[in-house]
Write a protein that binds this ligand. Structure first.
Ligand code: CU
Length: 493
């Protein structure tokens, strides 16, 4: 398992009026022992996991981010937040803004217009792997729940590598390609437990309070256990895998003791059918159904693959491995710059007849490109993701094997599909997402496995950027606009 970050949360509702919530975050390097093994981490106000933002629907969030890393830039993305009217605050380096340089400050301001549980994380290089992430909890204003409870705890899971993100990004972009291996730990709320036996206490200390138990409340603890085993892939390759098990213990039971009752036996890790069935079972709750539009205006099919381009290993969608320009798309489009990115449209479909999803494709024609999908404002768009080897929209359907437009459209759930901002794409399967392109701006759509994103598994959608309001000048200071800030100073003089 590579990096998978997910949030489970138990909602609480606090009746309050919408307000502006202001935060000041200083981003620094810190030595942390999150799974008992000491390594360099990225921290917000000294914390890795970062502070939780708790807000009420309709609140405005303002976060002053001060980059005190001194050796690298920062950009923070607010995952799942729609950024209506504030596309420049989406926090995606190269797409909506110039990353915040060392020593500089940037203020993200946006409204949390929908109830839900979200996360934020770095969107600069592979910095998320360094621990720059946290939770956002947006509750319903003025609603009290019909039952009593003692506490409310969010849970966020994350992979954790003992290698630095710089090692990993360098290895991924080397010729020949190098693989640093699987993550050493899985963290619950930024804590885990690594087996320190054989390591010096200065490097790994199982009694360090920074590590397990992962979560400790007045009532329960949550810890991670794992076991190693070797698996043989159906194509013959062998891989060492770790199976992680999270154990909830009610106090006073010790957090490292198994609970007195046996936990239920779940499906094994590679039981794709059970994963698929789980995805198919989840529907929108009655009373909260957002009925999807009946028909799309446009269908974009995105098969994923691994490619080699100029000797470098890359990941692609539709045989295009995306590279981000030095001038952010939002700025380039707003200023009508013609020489920032490739203006030709990327492919919408692929040769499905000759495409075997079960074998590693030859893909000799894969290219790197900066081209983007321009969506007509308010049009209805279907995205069909086809998984050939291994991504807030209505999730209409999931399936096994190769997607077939004639056969599989019949399977779509147009009655009560759920809305999601991240969706599981099962092995050798497909998933269809439908959305209305009614949000002005430029939006990054990508695989959330950090290494895959880093290797180019992303596309960019644009919707009526010319109607976007005035973009803060601080978003401009890179690429072809490097002198922009200076020009403003001159004008002001
Ligand atoms: Cu994200």
């Amino acid at each position: 398992m590579l990096l998978i970050t997910c949030i489970f949360i138990f909602l609480i509702t606090i009746p309050t009026a919408a307000i502006k919530r202001h935060y000041t975050w200083e981003v620094t390097y810190e030595y942390k022992s999150l799974d008992c093994y000491k390594k360099l981490a990225v921290a917000i106000n000294g914390m890795t996991l970062g502070p939780t933002i708790s807000a009420v629907q309709g609140d405005t969030i303002a976060v002053d981010v001060i980059n005190n890393l001194l050796m690298e830039n920062v950009a923070i993305h607010w995952h799942g937040i729609r950024q209506r009217g504030t596309p420049w605050s989406d926090g995606t380096d190269g797409v909506t803004q110039c990353a915040i340089m060392p020593g500089e400050k940037y203020t993200y301001t946006f409204e949390v217009d929908r109830v839900g549980t979200y996360m934020y994380h770095s969107h600069y290089g592979m910095q998320r792997e360094g621990g720059l992430y946290g939770m956002i909890n947006v509750s319903v204003p003025g609603v009290t729940e019909p039952f009593k409870y003692d506490a409310d705890h969010g849970i966020i899971l994350s992979d954790w590598y003992h290698h630095l993100a710089y090692d990993q990004s360098t290895a991924l972009s080397s010729i020949p390609f190098q693989w640093i291996g699987e993550p050493q730990s899985l963290l619950i709320n930024g804590k885990g437990n690594y087996n320190c036996s054989g390591l010096t206490p200065g490097i790994c200390n199982s009694t360090n309070p920074q590590c397990s138990p992962s979560t400790l409340t007045n009532f329960w603890t949550c810890s991670i256990f794992f076991k190693n085993f070797i698996t043989t892939h159906k194509h013959g390759s062998q891989r060492r895998l770790r199976i992680y098990v999270a154990i909830f213990n009610y106090l006073p039971n010790h957090f490292l003791q198994p609970p007195p009752t046996n936990p239920p036996i779940g499906p094994i890790w590679n039981d794709t059918n059970s994963q698929l069935n789980q995805s198919l079972t989840i529907k929108a709750r009655k009373g909260f159904i957002i009925t999807p539009p009946r028909k799309p205006d446009r269908i974009i099919v995105l098969p994923n693959a691994q490619n080699t381009i100029n000797g470098y290993l890359r990941r692609s969608l539709n045989n295009v491995s995306h590279t981000l320009p030095t001038t952010p798309y939002l700025i380039a489009l707003k200023q009508n710059m013609s020489d920032v990115f490739d203006p030709s449209p990327p492919p919408e479909d692929y040769n499905s007849t000759n495409f075997d999803i079960y074998t590693v494709a030859n893909n000799t024609n894969a290219i790197s490109s900066t081209s983007i999908y321009k969506l007509q404002f308010n049009s209805i768009v279907d995205i069909i993701l086809q998984n050939a080897n291994s991504m807030m929209r209505n999730v209409l359907g999931y399936g096994e094997g190769k997607f077939n437009l004639l056969r599989d459209v019949e399977k779509y759930n147009l009655v009560d599909p759920i809305m999601k901002n991240t969706v599981a794409l099962h092995p050798y399967g497909w998933v269809t997402l439908r959305f209305q392109a009614d949000n002005l701006g430029v939006w990054l759509f990508h695989c959330h496995i950090e290494a895959h994103f880093f290797l180019g598994m992303l596309v960019v959608f644009e919707s009526n950027v010319e109607k976007v309001g005035d973009i803060p000048k601080i978003n401009y200071g890179c690429g072809k606009n490097q002198s922009h800030g200076l020009a403003i100073v001159f004008i002001n003089l």
